[in-house]
Design a protein around this ligand. Structure first.
Ligand code: LER
Ligand code: MN
Length: 277
């Protein structure tokens, strides 16, 4: 067996700091391929601002896949969210996610719902926010199913959102939305803060894991903190996960060094745990 590895690359300059690569798209794609990655995860604020054909051509020319498209910049830069008290903002957030689906279909990518879900805003009850969230996800699920695209919500730690912090809450939401097109993105950085046992939660999420982010405990590249990536990759493999293991870590000490050290470390851990197979 063997995992495929990818790393996050932003198609626009962004203020989200755990996106390792920004800037010249083609040069970055070439660099990432050279390092031994199998794919690039793309952070896209608005699909209308990117040239889908150019992306496909550049990525394909370097033999890389695109496992996932991140949408969080629409929250970071524009404050779109599924749980804003303003119905127009909620509507625009749903439309934005729907607008990612055709590109995701072309690229064979999962669309990520991270920060775009929003937070419980002052004056809004938790129940109300959750009900808006389920409604928005159902609307997206209908379109995703129609197109045959998968999308995934990422449980995010309590310091970044007040909605869906852990795997148990994520799975509850998956049940409520009730669509085969909708699953979870698990991220080891958030799991380290929120899960009693990262490995148990991975096993519980099982085939609902549509995508997987890796960063170490300090959000540096894997190997720079104290997470047990041997146990984590073992648990992920046991679920039958067929997707990519995608690096989303701080560009420290710089983006290239982090990406290189990250994949080197993950491949060595993988080799050691599957040595007998
Ligand atoms: C996005 O994938 C993520 O992990 C969040 O921390 C965004 O802030
Ligand atoms: Mn993440």
């Amino acid at each position: 067996m063997g995992f495929r590895y990818s790393v996050v690359l932003s198609t626009q300059v962004s203020s989200f700091d755990a996106v390792a690569f920004t800037g010249d798209f083609e040069a970055n794609v070439a660099d990432i391929a050279q390092m031994g990655y199998d794919g690039v995860e793309l952070a896209i604020r608005d699909p209308r601002l990117v040239n889908a054909d150019a992306i496909q051509r550049v990525v394909g020319a370097h033999g890389l896949g695109v496992p996932a498209i991140g949408t969080g910049q629409a929250w970071v830069e524009e404050r779109l969210s599924f749980t804003d008290p303003d119905p127009d903002i909620r509507h625009r957030a749903v439309e934005r996610v729907k607008s990612h689906l055709p590109l995701a279909k072309e690229l064979g990518a999962v669309v990520i719902i991270g920060l775009l879900r929003g937070i419980v805003r002052p004056g809004v009850s938790q129940e109300q926010a959750e009900s808006w969230l389920v409604g928005a996800l159902r609307e997206c699920a209908e379109e995703a199913s129609r197109l045959g695209v998968r999308f995934a919500l990422e449980p995010i730690n309590r310091y970044e959102t007040t909605l869906v912090n852990n795997v148990a809450q994520g799975l509850e939401l998956v049940d409520k939305v009730g669509s085969e097109s909708f699953g979870l993105l698990l991220d080891t950085f958030h799991m380290n803060i929120e899960e009693p046992s990262i490995e148990d939660s991975i096993r519980t999420a099982g085939d609902r894991i549509f995508h997987f982010h890796v960063a170490d405990s300090n959000r540096w590249y894997p190997g720079a903190g104290h997470l047990d990536f041997g146990a984590i990759l073992r648990a992920l493999a046991d679920t039958g996960y067929q997707g990519y293991v995608s690096g989303e870590f701080l560009p420290l000490p710089d983006a290239r060094t982090a990406a290189m050290k990250g994949i080197e470390y993950l491949k060595s851990v993988e080799a050691s745990i599957f040595v007998t197979e």
